[in-house]
Ligand binder design. Structure first.
Ligand SMILES: NC(=O)c1ccc[n+]([C@@H]2O[C@H](COP(=O)([O-])OP(=O)(O)OC[C@H]3O[C@@H](n4cnc5c(N)ncnc54)[C@H](O)[C@@H]3O)[C@@H](O)[C@H]2O)c1
Length: 357
């Protein structure tokens, strides 16, 4: 049984990942370290709350002493690092917390992992840089180093014009404080592989959608506002494009990269589902018109759409080339947007059936 530290497991993606991973792999105990910021919701983990191979710990990835304590106490043998401040709009009004959590927090977690895994009881030898093999202090024992998997975003690549896709080799050009903080953390992870030989992998994924997402994000906002009869706000002309990835497809991708990805490599994960924000709203409104018609049959949900002032520095288009993870690790998105969005709307209809909090 190996203990894996999942950071930020009470957030949107983490709370989808933990039940999936517990079920899929019987040989891991998952230690979920989460600060429970406004973005967290432990309700989303109630299905695993009493699972024998799951433990929740409230704590801050920036708190070095506490992170060291957890590594020692639970002999952590792998990290999957989701914890972050993740909402671009918040990063524009309050960038400080993004630098603290995403940059310093990633550094702290990584540095503690490096020191825990590679400085005791094994001595670091320059010759193993780029591999995941160590030589022990008292012999030539080869061991596979524990892995540090950093979850990142396609936003680090900046914005695309009408054509082209982000590849793993696309130069970084982050435009928001959020994407800049994620880009910085990606670089720190890279440096710990190149300098110290830490067994790292990084995944850069596109916009996730699915169950358990915080109300502040686009898709839950559309559904909630529509159901409440409030206006549905769309930034600018609504033509910004994102490449949507069903969250459980993302979880499968993380699982594959964690287990089979090459040390020191990065992998893009995307669903090949480019849609404008307007297309997203249109689709959701159409599904709601069918599943939960408005009180008067003449009223359509689309009538609630309201265009609001654009986000500052709003990237125009993201699109992912996922051919590396597809070819090397045989990953494919199971869900296309048409099927994934129906499941998603159904989940939120169920969530809001008890009222709006
Ligand atoms: N959601 C997306 O569409 C998307 C796309 C690409 C990449 N990502 C990345 O995936 C990861 C997870 O995203 P998400 O949407 O689940 O985010 P989220 O905001 O829903 O959840 C983040 C979680 O991290 C926790 N957290 C925040 N600061 C912490 C700290 N200092 N110490 C410990 N825990 C802390 C929060 O309490 C929360 O539970 C992030 O790294 C994000 O950058 C997300």
């Amino acid at each position: 049984m190996k203990n894996i530290l999942i950071s930020g497991g009470a957030g949107f993606i983490g709370s989808n990942f933990i039940p999936y991973f517990l079920e899929k792999h019987q040989n891991y105990k998952l230690i979920n370290l989460d600060l429970l910021t406004y973005a967290a919701n432990l309700e989303n983990l109630k299905e695993v709350k009493n699972h024998s191979r799951y433990k929740f710990i409230k704590g801050d990835i920036c708190n070095r002493e506490f992170v060291e304590f957890i590594f020692n106490e639970y002999n952590i043998e792998g990290v999957i690092h989701f914890a972050a401040e993740s909402h671009v709009d918040n990063s524009i009004t309050n960038p400080d917390i993004f630098m603290r959590t995403n940059v310093n927090g990633t550094f702290t977690l990584l540095d503690v992992a490096y020191k825990h895994w590679m400085q005791k009881p094994f001595t670091y030898k320059e010759s193993f840089i780029g591999t995941d093999v160590l030589t022990s202090a008292n012999g030539e024992v080869k061991v596979s180093l524990p892995r540090f998997h950093h979850i990142s975003t396609d936003e680090v690549y900046g914005t695309l014009g009408e054509t082209g896709l982000f590849k793993e080799t696309t130069p970084y050009a982050p435009n928001s404080p959020y994407s800049a903080s994620k880009a910085a953390s990606d670089m720190i992870v890279r440096s710990y592989h190149e300098t110290y030989g830490v067994n790292t992998v990084v995944t850069n994924c596109s916009n996730n959608y699915g169950a358990k997402q915080h109300d502040e994000k686009l898709i839950p906002t559309i559904i909630r506002n529509a159901l409440k009869g409030d206006s549905i706000p769309i930034y600018g002309d609504g033509k910004n494009i994102r490449d949507w990835l069903y969250v459980l497809d993302h979880c499968r991708g993380v699982d594959l990269v964690y287990h089979k990805g090459k040390s020191g490599e990065t992998y893009n994960i995307g669903g090949k589902n480019e849609r404008t924000n307007l297309q997203i709203v249109d689709k959701i409104c159409t599904i709601l018109d069918e599943k939960m018609p408005r009180s008067s049959q003449h009223l359509k949900y689309k009538e609630l759409i309201t265009f609001v002032e654009d986000r500052v520095g709003h990237d125009r288009r993201y699109g992912i080339d996922a051919s590396k993870i597809e070819k090397e690790l045989s990953w494919r998105a199971d869900e296309d947007f048409e099927s994934g969005i129906v499941k998603t709307v159904e989940w939120y209809l169920n969530k809001y059936s008890g009222g709006f909090k």
